[in-house]
Write a protein that binds this ligand. Structure first.
Ligand code: SAM
Length: 323
């Protein structure tokens, strides 16, 4: 008799392009050797990072998630009609909560592809969708969406029209010039529906990225925990602190980890020196007006056809068509 496995086999097909540990090490070493030290935001999302991000989404200060979900709910019929029966490809799908609103409204969509860097979280989210939406084929693609999408490697998408969904204002992590290049790359998906956070007062913005319970701080500092665990570094977490400030001139929240003192951190044979107050950038989150974002989309060759907003105009959801 075969041994009884306690683990339920996942029905979800996974196409795995997860960066290797060697890729992670070289990206971290490269980022920490820059004059302004920087770590790519994609590395914030290991399993624990994804759990912490989900906790951030529940925070009273983090208006983004509940506002975008409200926009999706209020306009579900219209957005579902825009999807048609194309295969739906979600970039940075996380726990795939927002897509549920669209799948409820669009039963004609039978193929869903979640693209995310956080492999286990992605697989679990796709499995939960398959449990809850009968007849839906949910496919997990673990990949870096800032690189050309490995569409050709996904047989389920062969000769299928697709539409891209990129919620969460994750597009704000890219520099404006990178947004144009990114949109040109993901144009391979056809039309796009993109969530974009709007410009607003720092009184609302800063607490959203630096909450009173310290979950945003734990999320950022978890990256040092991850580097210690996966790359054998010796960051002392007590000696670093999280910062989030709104740079009004550039229209972006600047998130960073600052060194509390002069210190040296070891990562393999590398020694990385920090002066007291020196920062490692972890994320930028750009905020746009509707016009500013539509201009970028047009420069990338898209035609903005519709924008949905909440009644307080905190957040926008753009439908961009291929010209
Ligand atoms: C801000 S969260 C948004 C999650 C979800 N879409 C939402 O709207 O709540 C960003 C998501 O994108 C994923 N992610 C971040 N950078 C990525 C990258 N370069 N490539 C693929 N996934 C990425 C993270 O793992 C995370 O699930």
């Amino acid at each position: 008799m075969p041994p009884i496995s306690p683990i339920k086999p996942s029905p979800v097909k996974l196409y795995d392009f997860h960066p290797t540990v060697a890729d992670f090490r070289s990206a971290v070493l490269r980022g920490l050797s820059l004059p302004q030290k920087a770590l790519s935001p994609q590395f914030l999302y290991d399993k624990r990072g994804s759990e912490l991000f989900d906790a951030i989404c529940q925070l009273p200060e983090y208006y983004l998630t509940r506002t975008e979900m409200q926009i999706l709910q209020d306009n579900a019929g219209e957005i579902a009609a825009a999807l048609g029966n194309r295969a739906l490809v979600e970039l940075g799908s996380g726990s795939s909560q927002k897509i549920r609103i669209l799948l409820e409204a669009a039963p004609q969509v039978t193929t869903y592809v979640g693209v995310d860097i956080s492999r286990q979280h992605l697989q679990e989210a796709c499995a939960a969708l398959m449990d809850d939406f009968v007849g839906l084929d949910a496919i997990a693609v673990c990949a870096d969406y800032t690189q050309p999408l490995p569409i050709a490697a996904i047989p389920e998408l062969k000769n299928r029209p697709t539409i891209g969904f990129f919620p969460g204002s994750s597009i704000g992590n890219l520099e404006p010039a990178e947004v144009i290049a990114f949109l040109k790359t993901v144009a391979v998906l056809g039309d796009l529906i993109v969530g974009v956070d709007l410009k607003k007062s720092p009184i609302i913005l800063e607490p959203a990225y630096d909450d009173t319970q310290g979950i945003s701080a734990a999320f950022a500092l978890n990256l040092l925990v991850r580097i210690n665990r996966e790359l054998g570094a010796d960051f002392d977490l007590e000696q670093f602190e999280y910062q989030a400030r709104y740079n009004q001139a550039l229209g972006r929240i600047e998130m960073a980890i600052a060194s509390r003192c002069d210190q040296t951190v070891h990562l393999g044979n590398a020694e990385i020196s920090f002066q007291a107050g020196e920062t490692m950038r972890t994320e930028h989150s750009y905020k746009y007006t509707v016009d500013e974002f539509q201009l970028l989309a047009m420069e990338a060759g898209f035609q903005p056809v519709q924008v949905w907003m909440d009644r307080h105009q905190l957040f926008s959801l753009h439908h961009l068509k291929q010209i």
